[in-house]
Ligand binder design. Structure first.
Ligand SMILES: [Zn+2]
Length: 561
């Protein structure tokens, strides 16, 4: 018998205090930029007569209202600080916007100019947090719609989702870096409602017996499947997770999992092991012995669920659900299809929903970990509030270049941040070299669970597109993401956690899924200035708390020499 506390952690994953709020669905609110998004951009407009809604705006907003979503406007109006118009003009312009577009539940306006260095002017996330508070929710349960990079950056830094609706004036680099792009405001609304419907709960989820869920591949893949697995757990008596050896440690930390079967699948792993018929017969026997009533096979968008579905059929499992664009014949009972570009956690949730499982009303769609299973933090890490830098990755293209990592440590340490450098046992040489620039070296000291414990006490994590980013997302720790664009950021970026993305989103390696950098010099990340990491930490509100090192002399660009 499990103890109550453990059972609670395992089944319902109430890791975060929900403040009594009952969340429902993917989003509570849509936050909208005003100029260029809701209405045509007239620079520093103080005249209500010049307010012109973008085509289809009223009808699109009414669709959101009808879906029960609250609406807020979040708008930079530096024209106030510049004296281009008065507060009264602004009120009349906003009143005209409401007259034409219907009521908004909250208006959040930054009256400051850029030199004021306020916390509300986008790309800072202050306005979005204020809007979420005014609407009785959190930024993580909001989606932002805007026309420029500052809107997208502010949304990410607040932990909100975002859709960009570019105008002819939007810079192409900002469009390329946006997590989701829509053609116009009605199209953005369609996308928001489509994502909401994808993960929507069935009317009355039936209570089922044992459900086998499968997610092969690495730790990060298992972590982003967590919300889908929790949804299954909410409607099943027993959940058995089939995972590979590289995902085992992450599987141990997932709420909702009662039992784990570890088995490498030769059609998933890369480099792929040889197919051994005897081993697959053993796996089929093992799966049959589970007596599962049904199976839900989770995959990434480039993997096939069908080989495993065949083994599950041979193991006698009666009902099998999976995403498959390929014709599954008799292998699947629920063949689900998901459009491209959906964030991996929502992709998993949508499959669970298609199979008849939804998150309970007191659970949220974000990533979660069983914090009761986290071990003690190595004492060398010091008091909470440090910045963790994790330079390595099992996939070369997704790691932070070592030379850049070293410079980041130097710049952060000089600015008073305590930097803890983490890495696996085979990365000790790397972490020692990087930490020598002024950080604390925990290389080789942390398995996945200790790493999670170290990250849980961090002010922020600086990391490439690799498993620890998803640990941070699950722990609510802000991420500075050095994201090589080999896979789409909107799909694989840290989910529902304050994030600043750095690196060239339009580099030649974009969407190649390359595991070794196809471009000499790894330009998508190597060109990142370490000072940008410092700026990112400021945007995320992560304070430096160590005394300035004696004799340190800042030089232009923030680099200590
Ligand atoms: Zn402001």
């Amino acid at each position: 018998m499990r103890r109550d506390h453990e059972r609670d952690q395992c089944r319902s994953a109430r890791v975060y205090p929900g403040a009594g709020r009952i969340p429902s669905g993917l989003y509570d609110a849509v936050l909208l930029d005003r100029d260029g998004t809701l209405i045509e951009d007239v620079p520093y407009n103080g005249d209500p007569e010049k307010v012109r809604p973008v085509p289809g705006a009223r009808e699109a907003l009414d669709r959101l209202r009808a879906a029960g979503l609250r609406l807020a406007v979040v708008s930079n109006q530096s024209g106030l600080a510049r004296g281009c118009f008065t507060a009264d003009d602004l009120r009349r312009v906003n009143a005209r916007v409401e007259e034409l577009l219907g009521p908004f539940d909250s208006w959040q306006v930054c009256p400051h100019g850029e030199p004021d260095g306020c916390a509300c002017r986008k790309p800072a996330p202050g306005l979005l947090h204020a809007a979420a508070r005014a609407l009785g929710t959190t930024a993580a349960r909001c989606v932002m719609v805007g026309d420029i990079g500052a809107d997208m950056t502010a949304a990410a830094a607040a932990g909100a989702a975002a859709v960009m609706v570019p105008t002819p004036a939007t810079r192409s680099a900002e469009v390329i870096a946006a997590p989701t792009v829509a053609a116009d405001l009605p199209d953005a609304v369609t996308e928001i409602l489509r994502r909401t419907r994808l993960v929507a709960a069935p009317a009355s989820p039936p209570r089922r017996g044992t459900v086998l869920v499968a997610r092969s591949d690495a730790a990060g893949d298992v972590l982003v499947t967590g919300p889908g697995i929790r949804a299954v757990a909410a409607g099943a008596q027993r959940v058995v997770l089939l995972c590979g050896p590289r995902g085992r440690a992450a599987a141990e930390l997932l709420p909702g999992v009662d039992e784990i079967v570890e088995w490498p699948l030769p059609w998933i792993d890369a480099p792929a092991p040889r197919v051994d018929p005897a081993e697959l017969r053993d796996l089929t026997d093992r799966l049959a012995a589970l007596n599962a009533d049904e199976a839900v096979v989770f995959t990434s968008f480039h993997q096939s669920a069908l080989p495993l579905a065949l083994l599950l059929r041979m193991a006698g499992i009666a009902r099998i659900s999976a995403i498959s664009d390929d014709y599954p014949g008799a292998l699947l009972d629920v063949r689900h299809r998901v459009p491209v570009g959906v964030p991996e956690p929502e992709r998993a949730l949508s499959l669970a929903a298609a199979a008849g499982f939804a998150l309970p009303p007191d659970d949220e769609p974000g990533l979660r970990l069983r914090t009761d299973r986290l071990p003690a933090v190595p004492v060398e890490a010091g008091a909470a509030g440090y910045v963790v830098l994790h330079p390595g990755s099992s996939v070369e293209t997704r790691a932070c270049p070592p030379e850049l990592a070293t410079r980041i440590v130097r710049v952060l340490a000089a600015a008073g941040h305590r930097v803890v450098v983490t890495g696996g046992r085979d990365e000790r040489e790397l972490t020692a070299r990087v930490a020598a620039a002024g950080g604390i070296d925990l290389g080789g000291r942390t398995g996945l669970d200790e790493l999670a414990a170290v990250i849980a006490r961090a002010g922020a994590l600086v990391v490439g597109n690799t498993g620890p980013a998803h640990l941070a997302a699950a722990l609510g720790v802000p991420v500075v993401s050095l994201f090589a664009p080999t896979v789409p950021f909107g799909q694989w970026g840290p989910y529902r956690v304050p994030t600043v993305r750095l690196g060239d989103a339009g580099a030649a390696c974009r969407d190649t899924r390359a595991t070794r950098c196809p471009v000499p010099g790894h330009p998508c990340l190597a060109a990142v200035e370490p000072g940008r990491v410092l700026e990112a930490l400021r945007l995320l509100g992560v304070p430096a708390d160590a005394p300035e090192p004696v004799g340190a002399v800042p030089v232009p660009g923030g680099v200590m020499r």
